[in-house]
Design a protein around this ligand. Structure first.
Ligand SMILES: Nc1nc2c(ncn2[C@@H]2O[C@H](COP(=O)(O)OP(=O)(O)OP(=O)(O)O)[C@@H](O)[C@H]2O)c(=O)[nH]1
Ligand SMILES: [Mg+2]
Length: 302
């Protein structure tokens, strides 16, 4: 019989790890030779140098040379057990195994849509879907940028669903970038609010706040440019956003404060999708969400 070890729990997904063993290689721990069916014994599992790897329970199933080993959870503990058992002559078996391969992906899921996608691929045994699923599970960085006072923090609060960011009619209210985990159309995202810019850093703190916002922009997967009524400030912000956002990151223009006046025609980023919103009247936000999801989906399937 082939000597196999399979991790039957998600890597890093719980407090214990369960490994299933079949076969008895010559170097297998001695305890396996003496266990009887249905018996469960406490054991200090050691590596070949005699060092303790983990405190485990080992049980024998009703089948010949088939065992279940329960150890501590967490990736490091589970991987140490696997390594010790490989050294004892067990070959690791993962292909097509639900818990070994799919469980690892399931443990990373943050949204119901991700769980459904992994479960569907698992049910179909579709190992070719792995790279696409791994990409789907990647957390997207969505960065809100724009001129000061355009309503970035107001939009951040709308999209993140809470009163997280300070909103003020005073310019330069936001300093440190803010981050909240959120979901757009099944994609797990980190949403960032950044300091606005109005052309001149009055202090070292202004300059540092702005530099930190630019750093987030450079690492963005998607940029939401909030424009409002100050055309000149928006044009300056457009230039800075154009210079700093990654060329691969899609950009959406949210024309805020549409409750005050109809949104003007903008000359910058002519091919970017745009939507009129009002954070104050809570209009256009759902449409913006749909555009965000579209942009993430397009990038995802390409
Ligand atoms: N009329 C109107 N006012 C808004 C709207 N959205 C935000 N405001 C107001 O605009 C001002 C600035 O809003 P913030 O969200 O703090 O703007 P910001 O872009 O984060 O500003 P900084 O952090 O200073 O860069 C506040 O007084 C808000 O209440 C809107 O849709 N309509
Ligand atoms: Mg702000």
């Amino acid at each position: 019989m082939a000597n196999h070890v399979t991790l039957a729990t998600a890597l890093g997904g719980g407090g214990i790890s369960i490994l299933s063993l079949t076969g008895l290689p010559p170097d297998a721990p001695e305890i396996l030779r003496t266990l009887t069916a249905g018996e469960l014994r406490h054991h200090w599992l050691r590596d070949r140098a005699g060092e303790i790897v983990d405190e485990v329970l080992i049980g024998k199933t009703g089948k010949a040379d088939e065992f279940l080993l329960t150890g501590h959870g967490g990736s490091a503990a589970a991987l140490a057990l696997l390594q010790a058992l490989r050294a004892a002559g067990y070959e690791e078996k993962t292909d097509g195994n639900f818990f070994g391969v799919w469980g690892e992906l399931l443990a990373q899921c943050r949204t119901p849509a991700q769980v459904n996608a992994v479960a569907a691929a698992c049910a179909a045994g579709d190992l070719a879907a792995m790279p696409r699923l791994r990409d789907f599970l990647r957390v997207r960085r969505v960065v809100i940028a724009g001129a000061t006072n355009s309503g970035k923090s107001s939009l951040f609060n709308e999209l993140a669903g809470g009163d997280f960011a300070l909103v003020s009619a005073e310019a330069r209210a936001t300093r440190d970038p803010l981050r909240r985990e959120t979901v757009f159309g099944g994609f797990a995202c980190e949403l960032f609010d950044t300091a606005g810019w109005d052309g001149a850093a009055a202090s070292a703190v202004d300059a540092e706040a702005f530099a930190r916002g630019q750093n987030e922009l450079r690492a963005a997967d998607l940029v939401i440019f909030v424009a409002a009524e100050d055309r000149r400030a928006d044009e300056r912000a457009a230039q800075i956003i154009g210079e700093n956002s990654p060329p691969t990151a899609p950009l959406i223009i949210a024309q805020n404060k549409s409750d005050l006046a109809p949104p003007p025609r903008l000359t910058f980023f002519p091919s970017a999708p745009r939507v009129a919103i009002s954070c104050r009247a809570a209009t256009g936000i759902e449409e913006l969400r749909e555009i965000i999801t579209d942009c993430l989906s397009t990038n995802y399937t390409n």
